[in-house]
Write a protein that binds this ligand. Structure first.
Ligand code: FPP
Length: 235
């Protein structure tokens, strides 16, 4: 069985905190290590021919973590998205963000906006960063967009179907083919609920800061050896 290269890969980047604690480090150091790993592994995945890579950087629930951790992550997003603009342009990667804007600070929203604008013409793969993201919220927000558009234009609701519903999600991306979760948890945790309907799932004990090229190759091999029957949703 060879299913080739998945078109869209999604990763729940879990285990930064445990990775750090096991080494006597602060949880925030785990997030920094996760960020460094992400840059390296993301490029590798896109270089393999994966066209879309979505990552769970911060969930709507993550705001309940300690103030120190939330502030650290927000500052990391600001500094990383600022300093990595040229990295993405040089590697021809288009960056998109998925999630709600409230209650993100204007500083975070501004760097996200700049990065999206500066990379909008890049063609070497799409990197979708899910930040302040929740899968149920995404579906609810999509329904609100549909309701507004259809009401304003007096359209027939029967024209909505499972394929064209994608365009009302935060970004109109193809369905996820392979969903990976690191660090041994066997849950979906509200990630990309609509788009993973027919996704293959891959779970590994490896914590995200250790999820390197070899680890991705193992996930890919597992995917390529599966007997996949796709549902009839758009590609
Ligand atoms: C979950 O692991 C991870 C997060 C909440 C944050 C993920 C963020 C990164 C990998 C950095 C991304 C950086 C950019 C710039 C996009 P956890 O800390 O909850 O792990 P634990 O379950 O072991 O505590």
């Amino acid at each position: 069985m060879n299913n080739g290269i998945p078109n869209h890969v999604a990763i729940i980047m879990d285990g930064n905190g445990r990775w750090a604690t096991r080494q006597g480090k602060k949880r925030t150091e785990g997030h920094y290590a996760g960020y460094k790993r992400l840059k390296q592994t993301a490029l590798y995945i896109l270089d393999k021919g994966v066209k879309y890579l979505s990552v769970f950087a911060f969930s709507t629930e993550n705001f309940k973590r300690s103030e120190e951790e939330v502030n650290y992550l927000m500052d990391l997003f600001v500094s990383a998205f600022k300093s990595d603009i040229n990295f993405f342009i040089k590697n021809n990667v288009k960056v998109l963000f998925s999630g709600r804007s409230k209650p993100l600070s204007q500083k975070v929203l501004d760097v996200m906006d700049t990065l999206e604008k500066k990379t909008k013409d890049c063609t070497g793969g799409t990197f979708n960063v899910c930040l302040n993201y929740g899968g149920q919220a995404e579906i609810v927000d999509a329904c609100k967009k549909v309701a507004k558009e259809y009401k304003e234009n007096n359209l027939d609701l029967d024209s909505i179907d499972m394929n064209n519903f994608y365009k009302y999600l935060y970004n109109d991306l193809p369905p996820v083919d392979l969903m990976i979760r690191t660090s041994g948890e066997l849950r979906i945790s509200n990630f990309m609920l609509y788009s993973i309907a027919y996704s293959e799932l891959y779970f590994t004990e490896t914590c995200f800061p250790d999820f390197d090229e070899k680890e991705f190759d193992k996930a890919l091999e597992s995917y390529q050896n599966r007997n996949i029957t796709k549902g009839g949703l758009k590609k």
